[in-house]
Design a protein. Structure first.
Length: 145
C-alpha cells in the first residue's frame, strides 16, 4: 500500500515522502542532498543522515561532496539499521543509496508512512549503464525524482 488518501493525510498533517536525487558520478547528487538537509536543519527540523559504512572516501562519519561541503552522518551496515533512528526524527537523508541492500526501498517506505521526509541520493546506473542496486525500486516508489 504505497498511496491512499489515508496515507496522504494523517491527523491533519501531511504524511512523509520519498525524494530521490540520482544521476551519474560528479553530477551533484551529494551536494543537492546536503543542501536539502541543511535547509531542513535551518528550519529546526530533526534530521538524521545515514550512509553505508563502506563509504570512507572522505570521512568515516560525514557525508562529503566533491566540493568538500559536508554534513555529519551515521554509517550503517544495512538498510534495516536506519529504522533504529530516534523517535522525533522528521527528515532522513541517505547518501550512496546504490551501495545499500535491497531492503532500502521498504525501509524508506516505512519511514515515509510514519510521516518522515526521506531524501535519498545515489547513482541510478553502474558503469555499464545497468540499473544500480536498489535505485530503480526507489525511483519507482518516490514522490519526487
Amino acid at each position: 500500500m504505497l498511496f491512499s488518501e489515508q496515507n496522504f493525510r494523517r491527523r491533519g498533517e501531511f504524511s512523509g515522502s520519498i525524494e530521490v536525487v540520482c544521476g551519474s558520478m560528479f553530477s551533484g547528487k551529494t551536494e543537492e542532498l546536503i543542501r536539502r538537509l541543511k535547509r531542513a536543519q535551518i528550519a529546526k527540523l530533526n534530521v538524521e543522515i545515514f550512509k553505508p559504512r563502506t563509504d570512507t572516501r572522505y570521512h568515516e562519519s560525514a557525508v562529503v561532496s566533491h566540493d568538500l561541503n559536508s554534513i555529519n552522518s551515521t554509517p550503517v551496515d544495512s538498510a534495516s539499521a536506519i529504522l533504529l533512528l530516534g523517535t522525533n526524527t522528521q527528515v532522513v537523508g541517505i547518501d550512496e543509496a546504490q551501495f545499500f541492500d535491497n531492503e532500502l526501498p521498504e525501509v524508506c517506505n516505512k519511514l515515509a508512512l510514519k510521516g518522515i521526509r526521506v531524501i535519498v541520493a545515489g547513482l541510478d546506473m553502474d558503469f555499464t549503464g545497468k540499473p544500480f542496486g536498489p535505485m530503480p525500486a526507489l525511483m519507482a516508489i518516490a514522490e519526487h525524482v
